[in-house]
Design a protein around this ligand. Structure first.
Ligand SMILES: [Fe+2]
Length: 340
């Protein structure tokens, strides 16, 4: 690409000499006799470099330098000054001029300074391009990593879903129970404003809340008719069995409270620990509501599906005893059960 140089000097002859010499070097030069005119040209055209005298009428070189740098901080400017103006040259360097040359100018020095300035500009542009490319690369890698993470997370969730189906398969009448409880629990938790992180943990916790049933004999789980006190005791062990099943897996550690406490009652009469009120982890208090709702609406061997209105009335009877009143109210008011 051809390098364009703007030469600014109120002495026509200086402009001419510089123009001639730099054109010989293969640069394309434009000249201007004062700072104001030069600034106009700078606004309209694009230059690789400006060589400017300091002392000029209308707008001096320092003012031109300030204006140029305000718009284009990386613009290279070489200042030319007569010996008595050395202080101004120092000020120009402080303001970001690339170099300064003393009049009468040595043309070889001018050529050298121009070459150095343009080389420095080229290097800066190269570094900038490199940084941009680096940022682009980091962006691409980050996107790939995020995609890989999403794929991995989905694969993981899918395997947990398989596990949840295995839990539901223990009792053929509760097919899809874990998934329904998960969906309703998430809907409640979103409504209560739980963080993304807690919602994600709840998704797994709700899916696996009954995992302990895997350790209970089918004859008991699927028994038609009333259970003996001993059979009740065995069934009531499923939150603890569930905890035992997952406790060795780091990923499930924060889901344990949901598995262990999903049968606690708000008034303290639940199991296994008889926790009450806010002692019961919020996620477990949430899971309890859709868990009970879904158990009541599912068809059992000895019973037809109950009408929705009857189930809702039944839930209301246990507001504040079995269920956290706030969570139950939300469940009923927002008709969370309609998700199904
Ligand atoms: Fe359960």
């Amino acid at each position: 690409m051809e390098e364009k140089i703007l030469i600014v000097d109120d002495e026509e002859v200086v402009c001419h000499i510089l123009d001639k010499r730099l054109t010989m070097e293969g640069y394309f030069c434009t000249t201007s006799n004062n700072g104001k005119e030069a600034l106009d040209r700078f606004y309209k055209e694009s230059f690789s470099l400006i060589i400017s005298d300091i002392k000029m009428p209308e707008m001096n070189g320092i003012e031109l330098l300030k204006r140029v740098k305000a718009i284009h901080p990386k613009m290279k400017m070489i200042m030319v000054t007569a010996y008595p103006e050395i202080d101004m040259a120092v000020e120009a360097m402080k303001l970001g001029a690339y170099d300064f040359l003393i009049k009468p100018v040595d043309l070889e020095l001018v050529v050298l300074s121009v070459k150095r300035a343009l080389e420095s500009k080229r290097l800066e542009e190269e570094i900038e391009a490199y940084h941009n490319r680096l940022e682009e690369l980091v962006g691409e890698r980050t996107a790939k990593l995020q995609q890989a993470y999403r794929t991995l997370k989905k694969a993981h969730l899918d395997s947990v879903k398989v596990l949840a189906e295995a839990i539901d398969a223990k009792d053929p009448y509760t097919r899809g129970h874990s998934d329904r409880v998960k969906r309703m629990s998430l809907r409640i938790a979103e409504g209560l404003g739980l963080s993304e992180e807690r919602l994600e943990a709840l998704e797994y916790g709700a899916l696996l809340h009954d995992i302990g049933k895997i350790g209970i004999k089918d004859e008991i789980l699927q028994k038609q008719g009333p259970l003996s006190p001993e059979e009740y005791r065995i069934i009531q062990a499923h939150p603890l069995i569930g905890e035992k099943i997952v406790e060795g897996v780091e990923f499930f550690r924060d889901k344990i409270p949901m598995i262990r406490h999903h049968h606690e009652h708000y008034d303290g009469n639940g199991y296994p620990d008889g926790l009450a009120g806010e002692q019961i982890p919020l996620e477990a208090r949430i899971i309890t509501v859709p868990d009970a709702f879904d158990a009541m609406t599912s068809i059992r061997p000895h019973r037809k599906a109950r009408p929705l209105q009857e189930v809702l009335e039944e839930l209301k009877k246990f507001r504040g005893t079995q269920f956290d009143p706030q969570i139950l109210d939300y469940f009923l008011k927002e008709k969370v059960y309609k998700l199904l």
